[in-house]
Design a protein around this ligand. Structure first.
Ligand SMILES: [Zn+2]
Ligand SMILES: [Zn+2]
Length: 360
């Protein structure tokens, strides 16, 4: 205790900040004991890049990920007496290419001789379009799901030069500020949870990433998900599938900085996981030094309020001892239970540090 299973740095990701080593030093300073370095997976098509990557090619992203692996591995050795670092990859799930290439990135030994310890299984696209880049792009994704017969969309217009696809602005459902109805949202939500299920079934992610990212722009819908039976059925199916192989569900604090009152997953899904004895772990999903441990006190309070008595964390299988549990079929990490997790001195220290910041 304490832990984060999900982080990024500006050294290997254009929408994050700071060097990886500085992020690690901050995690050590705050007293993290286990910290997962889960850089984003490379993407494989020009149309899947983001505007800040318009000068790059998919092969640059692949080279960047490999360079992340070697850097992370040497930093893990350098700081091994201070913190348990784990090397990970946060998936994308846009087209079958992502799944195919994920399998090759995971097959040991990779070309750098560095093995990925575990994956954070995340879906950030629906029907080929990013759902968390900005609200207008998300609206295009929701709209795309209204027309199952049409080809999938894309995040970027490949150009040249590559630029953000904006869609047909004469369509009212794509206009800025448009709020989709529940009926319009249902096919989008169904498709999101179907992609997530596919990812779960094919790759058994050790950590399921921001379970309900599909609700990013509509957190109020999270409060009535059970009233959308065709969607809720898929949520239940996915949660049971992860529990069946011993996977962890991350309580991801990034939702707070996106304006939510809860972490991911929102309360109904969290309650479902708890009722089925699913395993919860902690993640800050940090994208730079100032995001390390951000909103962890809110995260703690949310989980205590929901009745989470035990949280789980990952360790290398070489650390295995009695009581540890297997997670999925790769066998590179085990899950360890942390009872009384909220009484760890880390939290007190964080409270004091935040009070001092408020006063200064
Ligand atoms: Zn990111
Ligand atoms: Zn993510």
């Amino acid at each position: 205790m304490p832990h984060s299973h999900h982080s990024h740095s500006g050294q290997f990701c254009r929408h994050a900040k700071d060097n990886l080593e500085d992020v690690i030093l901050e995690a050590i300073r705050q007293g993290f004991e286990v910290f997962g370095l889960s850089e984003h997976a490379p993407r494989y098509r020009i149309e899947d890049l983001f505007p800040e990557e318009a000068d790059l090619t998919p092969s640059d992203l692949l080279a960047t990920y490999h360079s992340f692996l070697t850097t992370a591995s040497s930093l893990r050795t350098k700081y091994s007496s201070k913190i348990q670092l784990l090397i990970s990859l946060e998936t994308d799930y846009i087209t079958p290419l992502d799944s195919l290439n994920l399998s090759s990135l995971l097959s040991p030994p990779d070309q750098d001789g560095v093995t990925i310890d575990y994956i954070v299984g995340s879906v950030h696209h629906v029907r080929g379009i990013s759902i968390d880049f900005d609200r207008s792009t998300w609206l295009r994704s929701v709209h795309q799901c209204q027309s199952p017969e049409r080809e999938d969309g894309r995040t970027m217009d490949p150009g040249p030069p590559p630029r953000l696809e904006v869609g047909d602005q004469t369509i009212p459902a794509l206009a800025e500020g448009y709020s989709p109805t529940d009926t319009e949202l249902i096919p989008f939500l169904e498709k999101y949870f179907d992609s997530q299920y596919d990812l779960i079934s094919k790759h058994q992610p050790e950590v399921l990433g921001h379970v309900d990212l599909c609700l990013l722009w509509t957190p109020e819908v999270g409060k009535k998900l059970r009233d959308l039976p065709s969607v809720w059925e898929k949520v239940e199916r996915n949660v049971k599938a992860v529990i069946a192989y011993g996977g962890l569900f991350e309580a991801n604090a990034a939702a707070f900085r996106k304006g939510w009152e809860t972490s991911y997953p929102s309360r109904d899904i969290l309650d479902l996981i708890i009722s089925l004895n699913g395993r919860i772990c902690l993640s800050d999903d940090s994208h730079g030094v100032s995001y390390v441990g951000l909103n962890y006190l809110k995260l703690r309070d949310y989980l205590i309020n929901a009745g989470v008595e035990t949280i789980w964390y990952l360790l290398p299988t070489s650390e295995r001892k009695e009581g540890d549990e297997q997670v999925g079929n790769r066998g590179r990490v085990i899950a360890r239970e942390s009872k009384g997790w909220d009484e760890h001195p880390f939290w007190k220290k964080l409270e004091v540090a935040q009070t001092a910041t408020l006063k200064s």
